[in-house]
Design a protein around this ligand. Structure first.
Ligand SMILES: Cc1cc2nc3c(=O)[nH]c(=O)nc-3n(C[C@H](O)[C@H](O)[C@H](O)COP(=O)(O)O)c2cc1C
Length: 161
């Protein structure tokens, strides 16, 4: 599901149109299609990731204000106690943003800002994105061997003193 603002964003950052992005998906839904299968808890899913998640959509999810299919599907995921992951990338944050993140966390959702994992020594933007995606997939029990996992620092504390 790509919101209208998401389409703007994808065009600005990737020069990709809605159709090109939807073609990458097994299933694509329009955010205005409030009667889509994922609007009902009876339709089985593992959960949902909102990436990136705007502060507007965060607010909608935090307050169960389901005025489009993105916020309705997230609402369904929360009420069915399934996995919901939001990837906000706004910074800095105002108090409303922080309170909405707390509210989503209290309902069982996971706030997962795509913060760069510098410890993985990324060489490119693609490395940064791939790391965040792999860490989110971990939350759904989908594990990839491509993820550079932390194995502990080599040496002893004395080596670094
Ligand atoms: C190019 C672009 C980048 C944006 N980046 C962000 C962002 O990182 N975080 C955010 O909260 N809003 C961002 N916005 C603003 C949201 O897109 C805007 O609040 C929109 O109404 C969100 O709607 P949606 O959640 O339905 O997609 C951005 C807008 C544009 C056009």
């Amino acid at each position: 599901m790509l919101s209208d603002a998401g389409v703007l964003n994808a065009w600005h950052e990737l020069k990709m149109k809605r159709k090109a992005i939807e073609a990458l998906a097994a299933h694509a839904y329009h955010p205005k299609d409030i009667a889509a299968a994922i609007a009902s808890g009876s339709f089985r899913t593992e959960g949902m990731v909102i990436a990136p998640c705007s502060m507007k959509t965060l607010a909608a999810v935090a307050h169960a204000h389901a005025d489009d299919l993105v916020s309705r599907a997230a609402d369904v995921v929360l009420k069915e106690r399934r996995r919901l992951v939001l990837m906000p990338r706004e910074t800095p944050l105002n108090l409303a943003h922080l309170r909405n993140m707390v509210a989503v966390t209290e309902m069982g959702g996971i706030i997962f800002p795509p913060v760069p994992a510098f410890y993985a020594a990324p060489k490119s933007l693609d490395d940064l994105v791939a790391h965040s995606v792999a860490r989110v997939l971990d939350l759904f029990g989908v594990h990839t061997a491509k993820l550079k996992r932390w194995q502990g620092l080599k040496g002893t504390p004395a080596d670094r003193d």
